[in-house]
Design a protein around this ligand. Sequence first.
Ligand SMILES: Cc1cc2nc3c(=O)[nH]c(=O)nc-3n(C[C@H](O)[C@H](O)[C@H](O)COP(=O)(O)OP(=O)(O)OC[C@H]3O[C@@H](n4cnc5c(N)ncnc54)[C@H](O)[C@@H]3O)c2cc1C
Length: 390
Amino acid sequence: MTSFRLSDDHEQLRATVAEFAREVVAPVIGGFYERGEFPYEIVAKMGKLGLFGLPFPEEYGGMGGDLFALCLALHELARVDSSVAITLEAAVALGAMPIYRFGDADQRARWMPEFCQGERLAAFGLTEPGGGSDIPGGMRTTARLDGGDWVIDGSKAFITNGGTSITSLVTALAITGRLDGRAEISAILVPADTPGFSVAPEYSKVGWCASDTRELAFAGCRVPAANLLGERGRGYAQFLEILDEGRIAIAALAAGLAEGCVDECVRYVGERAAFGHQLGYYQGIQFKIADMAARAHAARLAWHDAAARLVAGEPVKKQAAMAKLTASNAAMDNARDATQIFGGYGFMNEFPVARFYRDAKVLEIGEGTSEVQRMIIARELGVGRTATSR
Ligand SMILES: Cc1cc2nc3c(=O)[nH]c(=O)nc-3n(C[C@H](O)[C@H](O)[C@H](O)COP(=O)(O)OP(=O)(O)OC[C@H]3O[C@@H](n4cnc5c(N)ncnc54)[C@H](O)[C@@H]3O)c2cc1C
């Protein structure tokens, strides 16, 4: 029987991050968001708090925690702002985690300490302009061995933390050959100052406006053969493992956004009046907020369950996909309802619920779209295994 109560350590972490989000992030993040500016000062403070090292061992300067601890931090940050939350999620769950999981001793020793401190960020380059869901089918980036180096050619799309001034490394997935007629995919570490590697200007985005998202280009980009991460040809399997964890982390972020909508609305309906009463007097409003709170609760339980299973070493593919689907649905529904409750103010960028509305949509897209989550869940249930296409 699993207990959903937080341990004392986890509760202390949750409270610390909640206070940080309230005191440090909330007062200034709206300005960064409007300017489309990466919040270096906030990221540096998150680093000092130890957030970038949460799931990593102390020998690398980490906090010795686990994915559950990271998810708690993401949840509390996203209750206030998703740009800083996704910066942390992408840097840790997608950026540093593959090096910790699959890197050799030299690679870990070289990269993990600076990532754990948050002084430098790593990015994960999987998606390509030609397709994100259909990997490996849509992959075109190649890497070939030449005189003891990998030479990489291709491009990656929508890469979080791809081009900040503190990004020091990108893990790129590339086709390194063919095996039994199939693309052989490997993961290769590309330091950001490698000649032939370049980043495009920031995309203009609907949401996550204070996070960094770039297209990356590799043109005859040459790195030592030793920059192969894990085994040659295991890149796709590694990426599936990383994405299971990433989905739980995104679920935590989405649950945080869903809960942030509740926080904002509970406060607002006690202040705003219409027809002679506070908004909270009206049952139509009460019911909306009750539904929002129930969705946020279900979303929290979904990621708690998936993260706890992962930490216990149990298979989580189905639970991770269900958590991401449940939580991103909750985030979208709550953001829509919160904006409605705020009326015209909900459409004004200076109010957090407007940011929540703009930030919620991408949760149904990144790290596997909702359709991809449904495919995974159906496959795990054995649905369609015997179906034939006509
Ligand atoms: C802000 C942002 C940050 C991101 N950060 C990163 C990052 O750091 N690293 C990285 O590698 N990627 C990143 N991504 C990419 C993201 O993971 C992809 O956008 C996502 O996986 C979807 O891929 P796509 O955009 O190519 O859509 P497509 O794969 O082209 O899908 C288009 C639509 O078709 C649907 N679809 C596709 N196949 C099927 C099918 N068989 N059945 C039913 N429906 C289907 C999809 O669900 C979707 O609705 C980021 C994206 C965004 C927007």
